[in-house]
Design a protein around this ligand. Sequence first.
Ligand code: F6R
Length: 260
Amino acid sequence: MAEVLIVKNKEEAGALVAEHIAAKVKANPAFTLGVATGSTPLPVYRGLAAQAEAGVDFSGITCFALDEYVGLPAGHPESYRAVVDREVTEPLGLDVARVNVPDGSADGVQTAGERYEEALRAHGGVDLQLLGIGTDGHLAFNEPGSSFGSLTRVKTLTEQTREDNARFFDSIDDVPMHCVTQGLGTILRAGHLVMLAFGEGKADAVAGAVEGAVSASMPGSAIQLHAHATVVIDEAAASKLKFADYYRHAQRNKPDWQGI
Ligand code: F6R
């Protein structure tokens, strides 16, 4: 089972995870960070930017993004390449060449999955993968039904996901239908999974992922198969967890040396 840390709010979550990543980067300047997009990881990125301002040197790290929309014009502000550059590459002072995002261009999409898997393999994989979870339980854009063995490939977004993400676009019609996403099998190869979730709207998905049956119908439940998965959530996102009291008890009695 994943370790569940229930925190007061997203700022506390962001600071906690950013501190952990900064410590790892200080110990290993060539650290590889898997980055997610959407609103959930933003507090972590703010925390990392604060660490950079305080003098932590992130310039040696490599990043791999989880996913990209298919068919947005290059430079579109909601393309995940643009989001990752805005939220991570620039604030941390990274060379853009060290920040990998799947190729969602119309020309490249047919081979994007294999090329991304090859890039991940050639690099030696991801040390820590940040994850959000969709209200339908998706991890990256692995929608319900995705195989636990899946690799980076093109997926069709559910209408639920397109509706959820319409807030970033002028209308739902502008939300792409397809994406290139790391598979659940790809994600499970990362050394440490850190899944974050905030707010009541994520409570069902969090309960399904952390305590529900391990099933392709709930892609988030893949984290139960990982040897080192940490779930960092606020009270609202934790509100449907059956064993929340135990998680709090374990958190209060967590050995100082352990880290996340
Ligand atoms: C984004 C991603 C998605 C999001 C999920 C939650 O790279 O892979 O799985 O993490 O859709 O989105 P937010 O954080 O906007 O609620």
